[in-house]
Design a protein around this ligand. Structure first.
Ligand code: KG4
Ligand code: ZN
Length: 348
């Protein structure tokens, strides 16, 4: 593998966060800045694609200047540029990709295209460069829930995934039903702190099946029915804190069970959880305890590297620069994942 040395600028605009970072070839983060659009989308209860693209356009240039300033470098010191080109909102991705292409062209920098999920995977090695291989990494975010069997940096296969909603989606939709603000994950987590996770026995879909497939839509429906039936019967409804804690526990239980089942099936040395949902304290606690009990290495990246950020994009970009996997000027954006990285036997 070719040695790559130098500073890489990462750009992330796949959804509702504009992010720019500077990372060196050892994984040291010199700058990691972002503009969150939570306030822009909160009143709509979810991300409005058109508004997301516009805000990315407004922020990207200034954020890039801010990242260079925070890293205390000039633009001429960069040795590469990495930009997310999917999956995500097409309009939002186009803003970042065209900004990256223009900058790479103007500054004659090598440009790499980064898959957003490969970025999340890279956050485990940003957090711990000694994290051992093979490892099973759970990517749990707003749009994705995947188990990736990683054999070396940048080389992986999806061995598990959701057949309907993503874990973050289950948090967001559940929060909406409980009248909590967007994004729902942090809101449910905060409310849960005051509640009992044993108050309501919500279902754990697919928990006992031997496969590594997740399903969250039934759980979401169970919450809907619980709220409808208990309010119809007048009384008998548990407190919102108890409902939130019980609902969170059901999601966390399933995520944890499949992660460790997969780790055992593939005899991995370590496990990790990345993506926005990995910021959840209950999930972190359960994964950590179980990994300790089973003698597995575990990496739980700091929360700032779990939710969307550009340091993870730069880190994944460095892995590609090492392999000279450069993008071409006709690089396109894509909204959904292709099937090439999925384990066929599981696809069915
Ligand atoms: O990775 P991410 O920032 O963006 C995507 O790639 O989707 O993940 C966002 C998701 C949202 O669904 C949000 O509700 C969830 O991560 N999330 C959490 C927490 N923080 C963010 N879910 C549970 N607990 C949290 N503390
Ligand atoms: Zn993400």
């Amino acid at each position: 593998m070719k040695m790559f040395q130098g500073l890489v600028l990462g750009i992330e605009t796949s959804c509702d966060e504009t992010a720019v970072a500077v990372v060196d070839e050892t994984g040291r983060i010199l700058a990691n800045v972002l503009d969150s659009q939570v306030d822009v989308h909160a009143r709509y209860g979810g991300v409005v694609p058109e508004l997301a693209s516009r805000r990315h356009m407004e922020c990207l240039e200034n954020l890039t200047k801010e990242a260079l300033k925070q890293a205390q470098i000039s633009i001429s010191q960069l040795k590469g540029l990495a930009v997310t080109n999917g999956p995500g909102l097409v309009g939002a991705l186009i803003v970042g990709v065209n900004f990256g292409k223009s900058m790479a062209y103007a500054r004659r920098l090598p440009l790499v295209a980064v898959n957003h999920l490969e970025g999340h995977l890279a956050s485990a090695w940003l957090a711990d460069p000694d994290f051992p291989f093979p490892a099973l990494v759970l990517i749990a975010s707003g749009g994705h829930t995947h188990l990736a069997l990683v054999s070396e940096p940048g080389t992986y296969q999806f061995v598990g995934w959701t057949i309907d909603d993503a874990a973050g989606e289950a948090f967001d939709k559940g929060a909406k039903m409980l009248g909590l603000p967007y994004p729902g994950g942090p809101a449910i987590e905060t409310l849960s702190l005051e509640g009992s996770s044993k108050a309501i026995a919500f279902p754990r879909p697919n928990f006992h099946s031997q496969d590594l497939l997740f399903s969250f839509s039934g759980l979401k429906t169970a919450l809907l029915y619980y709220l409808r039936d208990t309010s119809r019967n007048g009384g008998g409804q548990a407190s919102r804190e108890d409902i939130a804690a019980s609902y969170q526990e059901a999601i966390v239980d399933v995520l944890c069970e499949k992660l460790f089942r997969g780790a055992s099936q593939y005899s991995t040395c370590g496990v990790s959880v990345v993506g926005g949902v990995a910021a959840n304290s209950r999930l972190r606690e359960k994964v950590f305890d179980r990994a300790q009990a089973q003698g597995l290495s575990v990496v739980l990246p700091p929360r700032s590297l779990c939710t969307d950020n550009a340091a993870m994009i730069a880190a994944a970009g460095i892995q590609k620069l090492r392999k000279s996997e450069l993008a071409t000027w006709d690089m396109e954006v894509f909204s959904t994942l292709q099937w090439k990285n999925f384990l066929r036997s599981q696809v069915g």
